[in-house]
Design a protein around this ligand. Structure first.
Ligand code: SAH
Ligand code: F3S
Length: 480
């Protein structure tokens, strides 16, 4: 295998793994969560062996794959628009094949082949190893589909091809699927039951990334804190495991510690934490290892106990506050971020005020905020009426966004005149004379390049800020 270093116009180096003997070209595009971006790297690795190198140019492609998201209706509409664009390309390049991967493939199955004439191939998130067979069917002129969900597929044996990588930070997936059954969420249906990946293969991937020059990893899962390795199999079958398997099982706190110890200079992040599964052990492990970043993404969805219950989030507002207090006590400098949904069915003005007051209590560093989007097949869609008018959802979302903006500003301003450690990731979008990187708390920081380079860990004196970005000057290298 050969590595091609492609210096793009912005001066950011893009590392592409290619095989010189490969003749076919794959254009792969990802939407939605980080897991999808990570899965596309697995798909690229499977297809690299099948003679496909990746291309950044859709017009050159023999095969176009779009890795899709179903989380909200809007995400699906975006993909449908992209398929129209591919249609136009196919008129110029009629031999091009188009495949849909990910959550839309799993949710819509053969309907996608019927509704979207351009689609030749439909592959669900657990069936990527079947791609070589499916592609040979497509080459023989037949549409192909595999949407089987698996009990044990974790792709732990596949070494991902890093796509669009800055060569500094990488995703490492550790669990697949979700057993939580939040009533609004389509993920348990599209990604199946929860299973964890062998810690050995995770550590091998982390070591391999370090040897290739990567400086930061993000451990990925829908619900990372529920990671549990007991020799393979579904999380829900753990009770049936043998005594030896139970005694030697590895949980998330343990995995985090293994990763932190194995590569003590690698920065480690993780996402997403469900409040009901985040343990004190994990928080204490974070405190013990400097290389585990000071940031927890802790979606709350709502501040109202009644709505939390309707959502089947298995904690109360008070328990969430207790968790926040514990994080602040054990990790005083830790940034906390959120996901919040505005306008879940039956949400009243009082419920909405409860969300705003919860936000006041936590004063999150940042967050992802959405209006509720009903997803077919979920418990909420089957049992509840989507009864909050669209304009009320939008107004409540607006309140939440405004308040978050104020809190982000407070959190960002608190770093003024302090010195922060920044891992340089890329050139700043605003100026080619400046670097952009993130602090341990995940705050984007920009500063003049001087003699520093991508991948350096640098102490930066913060002299100014916007609501979400720190602006400063590098002082020196940050050495442990
Ligand atoms: N595993 C994560 C969430 C994954 S989905 C967790 O533990 O919470 C990412 C976010 O999308 C969710 O946190 C939620 O805020 C939002 N989301 C999911 N389903 C949604 C829906 N039907 N409508 C609006 N937002 C939704
Ligand atoms: Fe979705 Fe809840 Fe799982 S939001 S991904 S069902 S934790």
């Amino acid at each position: 295998m050969e590595k091609i270093i492609d210096e793009s116009q912005q001066g950011t180096s893009l590392v592409l793994e290619q095989k010189t003997e490969n003749t076919r070209k794959l254009f792969i595009e990802s939407y939605g969560c980080s897991m999808n971006f990570s899965d596309s790297e697995i798909v690229a690795a499977i297809l690299l062996k099948e003679g496909y190198n990746t291309t950044q140019n859709v017009e050159d492609a023999d095969l176009v794959l779009v890795n899709t998201c179903s989380i909200r209706d809007k995400a699906e509409q975006t993909v449908r628009k992209r398929l129209e664009k591919y249609n136009a390309v196919k008129r110029i390049n009629p031999k091009m094949k188009v495949g849909v991967l990910g959550c839309m493939a799993e949710r819509l199955k053969s309907k996608l082949l019927e509704e979207e004439k351009i689609v030749d191939l439909v592959v669900g998130p657990d069936a990527y190893k079947d791609l070589p067979n499916l592609l040979s069917e497509v080459e023989d002129g037949r549409d192909a589909i595999n949407v089987l969900l698996s009990k044990d597929e974790t792709y732990g044996d596949i070494s991902p091809v890093r796509l669009n990588s800055n060569g500094v930070s990488a995703f490492v997936s550790i669990t697949r699927g979700c057993d939580n059954m939040c009533t609004f969420c389509v993920v348990p249906f599209t990604r199946g039951r929860e299973r964890s990946r062998d810690p050995q293969s995770i550590l091998e991937e982390v070591n391999d990334l370090w040897s290739k020059g990567y400086k930061e990893i993000t451990l990925l899962g829908q619900n990372v804190d529920s990671y549990l390795w007991y020799g393979g199999g579904l999380k829900k079958d753990f009770e049936k495991a043998s005594d030896i398997q139970k005694a030697t099982a590895v949980n998330f706190a343990h995995l985090l510690e293994l990763c932190a110890k194995t590569q003590p200079k690698m920065r480690i992040r993780f996402s997403t934490s469900n409040p009901q599964d985040l343990t004190l052990d994990v928080i204490e492990t974070m405190a013990k290892y400097k290389n585990i970043c000071d940031h927890i993404h802790l979606p709350v969805q709502s501040g109202s106990n009644r709505i939390l219950k309707e959502m089947n989030r298995l904690h109360t507002r008070e328990e969430y506050f207790e968790l926040i207090d514990n994080i602040r006590r054990i990790l005083p400098t830790c940034a906390i971020s959120h996901d919040i949904i505005a306008g879940f069915p039956t949400e009243t003005e009082q419920d909405h005020q409860d969300t705003l007051s919860l936000m006041e209590y936590v004063k999150y560093s940042f967050g992802y905020m959405f209006t509720y989007s009903e997803r077919p097949g979920t418990l909420a869609a089957r049992k509840m009426v989507d009864d909050v008018p669209e304009e009320v959802k939008k107004r409540r979302l607006d309140d939440i966004v405004q308040l978050q903006r104020q809190h982000s500003e407070i959190r960002t301003r608190a770093y003024l005149n302090s010195t922060v450690e920044v891992l340089i990731e890329r050139e700043s979008k605003k100026s080619k004379h400046e670097w952009s990187g993130r602090t341990s708390q995940n705050t984007v920081t920009v500063f003049p390049k001087e003699h520093y380079k991508i991948g350096d860990l640098v102490n930066v004196k913060v002299t100014d800020c916007t609501s979400a970005t720190l602006i400063g000057e590098a002082i020196d290298y940050a050495l442990d």
